[in-house]
Design a protein around this ligand. Structure first.
Ligand code: SF4
Length: 450
């Protein structure tokens, strides 16, 4: 072991049999990713080719987060398009031409497919190629699917990043590429830690602006900051880049282990590593210990949703003293989450995919202290007296690396505390209408109409 890598348990979850079930699923669609991606990529525009439902999803979910002029919109497919009566491609060309004429700040345009565009088999990759030719060199047009048919909401980011990889410039340079959209302030902390370890140059995907788009090639090594980037990993490997397997940078241990894997790759000596990480590690440990008080000994059950479940369960069991009963994830890519599985002690049921009714039965039978699930399941479970945490908040909140480790623990301790207070108020019975806010606000976003 080098660089203070965490000690694995005697028996980890690496070889635990995985319960695989397929049935009705309760998840958001990949359009959700636009909400954080449009904030990250400052000169990109996301044009959803979809229905009014898609427009409403984006506007209501993202309405709370728009500070500047919106950088997403919806080209709405009308019923006539769905029936194949209109030439949707021509309409789409018009919408894009008008948008780009009005918004010269747009350098990257993503045509985002949706359920209706899949249903009518609209070829968005052909449209993207055609539009790239028409608007080059100022604008690059790419496409990906955010459709909710058989996908989960974090796959939107995966599909978006994967769509960028084939057109990244080629390089022979030995470079570290960090992959996954992080809030700028968190990304800066990460870059600061890597710089203190002497690891340079570091590129990030997605880049904040199109001029900083990274190159890729056979000497690129890449580390993921998000566990849901399976397709992006594959396309990067196809470009010759090599993945550095590591636990994900959640919590003090996860962050240290993630940095240690990079340090080992770049030959950083133990002294330099300690100099870069000792102080923030100590700070993180102390901050987590305070927040984790309310989590110690509590049980947790993860429904599959964000794909962050396995690394989070590792953090909560190892660093916050929780006991995981079931850790459900939409997909379990061992290449990606294997290091986290190895660190998590044997015990929880590991499940992949979902048959929601069977899983609800298991949750009800085990009565976890906290259930992590999607919005659709949270209210019914709360009504049955179970404390819940919305998985989607984990993706909207800065949770990576040392300085956010205690905030991450806080995301789990708060619902437990609130549940306890409500229980006291109700004379020992939790449940009933909780009056949770959905964050719905006035519409925002830019609409076209195809
Ligand atoms: S992409 Fe599909 S699931 Fe998502 S909002 Fe549109 S119609 Fe609904």
């Amino acid at each position: 072991m080098t660089h203070h890598t965490p000690t694995p348990p005697v028996r980890g979850c690496g070889n635990t049999p995985i319960l695989k079930q397929r049935g009705q699923r309760e998840v958001f669609c990949g359009l959700t990713g636009i909400i954080w991606l449009h904030r990250k990529m400052q000169d990109a525009f996301f044009l959803v080719v979809g229905s009014r439902t898609c427009a409403h999803l984006l506007q209501s979910a993202a309405g709370v987060m728009i500070f500047a002029e919106p950088r997403f919109g919806t080209a709405i497919l009308e019923e006539t398009d769905l029936a194949g009566m209109a030439d949707a491609q021509d309409e789409l060309d018009d919408v894009v031409a008008r948008l780009l004429a009005r918004r010269p700040d747009i350098r990257q345009l993503f045509l985002v497919g949706s359920c209706p565009s899949e249903v009518i088999k609209l070829d968005l990759s052909r449209a993207a190629e055609r539009m790239t030719q028409a608007h080059a060199p100022h604008v690059r047009v790419l496409n990906y699917s955010g459709s909710g048919i058989e996908t989960t909401f974090t796959e939107g980011e995966d599909a978006c990043l994967a769509s960028m990889v084939p057109v990244l410039p080629e390089t022979d340079a030995r470079e570290l590429l960090v992959v996954g959209a992080l809030p700028d302030v968190v990304e800066d902390q990460m870059l600061g830690l890597l710089a203190a370890m002497g690891v340079t140059p570091v590129r990030v995907l997605p880049a904040r602006r199109s001029e900083d788009i990274p190159s890729v090639g056979p000497n690129t090594v890449f580390a993921l900051t998000q566990p849901f980037l399976g397709e992006t990993t594959q396309v990067l490997e196809r470009r010759g880049a090599r993945h550095i397997p590591a636990p994900f940078p959640f919590g003090e241990e996860g962050t240290t282990a993630w940095l240690a894997a990079i340090a080992a790759e770049f030959g950083v000596d133990a002294e330099t590593f300690a100099r870069a990480t000792d102080a923030p590690r100590a700070r993180a440990r102390k901050a987590i210990a305070t927040v984790a008080e309310g989590l110690r000994g509590k049980t947790i059950f993860f429904f599959p949703d964000s794909q962050l479940e396995i690394p989070l369960a590792r953090f909560l069991t190892r660093e916050c003293g929780m006991e995981a009963l079931e850790v459900g994830a939409p997909y379990i890519h061992k290449q990606i989450v294997g290091p986290d599985l190895d660190l998590m002690a044997e015990g929880p049921v590991l499940s992949e995919g979902q048959d929601v009714d069977l899983q609800l039965d298991r949750a009800r039978a085990s009565r976890p202290d906290l259930t992590v699930c999607g919005l659709g399941l949270a209210n019914p479970l709360e009504a049955e007296g179970l404390a819940t945490k919305w998985a989607i908040e984990l993706v909207f909140t800065p949770v990576h690396f040392y300085e956010q480790a205690a905030d991450l623990a806080g995301l789990f301790s708060r619902p437990l505390r609130r549940h306890g207070i409500l229980k006291d108020l109700n004379g020992g019975v939790a449940g009933g209408a909780m009056g949770r806010a959905t964050g719905r606000m006035a519409p925002a976003g830019e609409e076209g109409s195809a």
